[in-house]
Design a protein around this ligand. Structure first.
Ligand SMILES: [Zn+2]
Length: 117
């Protein structure tokens, strides 16, 4: 991250300058504390700036009645068992909220076998 970007994010997060986007009236899922937070979520340069009623954005979107959740992380997946390419797997998983996977490719060894000399 460039110093200028960090400075801009700090200015936006503090509320001294407008955020890029503010999602208003959201139900924000706090997975660490197993609770919902009602409020406004501010975004700057694709990053979460903060949650608070005082944020204003260049773009403000009213999401009343909707939820904002962090992307899901699947910590153990065998992409090859899905019989699709990694790119297609990503296209299928992303709309359901999975944004990160940790792939265990051991099935490739089962299929390819060992090299016979
Ligand atoms: Zn495995």
């Amino acid at each position: 991250m460039q110093k200028s970007e960090l400075k801009q994010l700090i200015e936006q997060a503090s509320g001294r300058t407008e955020a890029d986007i503010v999602f208003k009236n959201a139900q924000i899922v706090d997975v660490y504390n197993a609770r919902l937070i009602k409020g406004n979520l501010a975004i700057g340069n694709g990053k979460i700036l903060g949650i608070g009623d005082d944020y204003h954005g260049k773009q403000e979107i009213d999401v009343a009645g909707k939820y904002i959740t962090p992307g899901l992380i699947d910590p153990h997946i065998h992409i090859e068992s899905a019989s699709v390419s990694p790119a297609v797997f990503g296209q299928l998983a992303t709309p359901h909220g999975t944004t990160t996977i940790l792939a265990d490719p051991h099935e490739i060894v089962n299929v390819a076998g060992v090299q016979i000399i």
